[in-house]
Ligand binder design. Structure first.
Ligand SMILES: [Zn+2]
Length: 75
């Protein structure tokens, strides 16, 4: 598991390289970082607003995130 500081650093890099809107592919690429941030207690949709935005609109990616969160929690 990444340390909180590492997650924030990682998230910042990801956010800086993003455009104004992302698609499912880009969302999926960032889903790992998003889930890690969520699990570290960071508000992932605040630090990765584009992913959060896409997840709001896309049920497909939301269910992928939920599966990922379950896997990371080890349940
Ligand atoms: Zn999507």
């Amino acid at each position: 598991m990444l340390k909180r500081g590492d997650v924030v650093k990682l998230v910042r890099v990801v956010t800086e390289t993003s455009e104004t809107e992302i698609g499912c592919d880009e969302c999926f690429e960032r889903l790992d970082s998003f889930a890690e941030a969520e699990l570290s207690g960071v508000k992932a949709s605040a630090v990765m607003p584009l992913v959060g935005d896409h997840l709001d609109k896309c049920e497909d990616c939301r269910s992928k995130l939920e599966a990922l969160l379950r896997a990371l929690r080890g349940t």
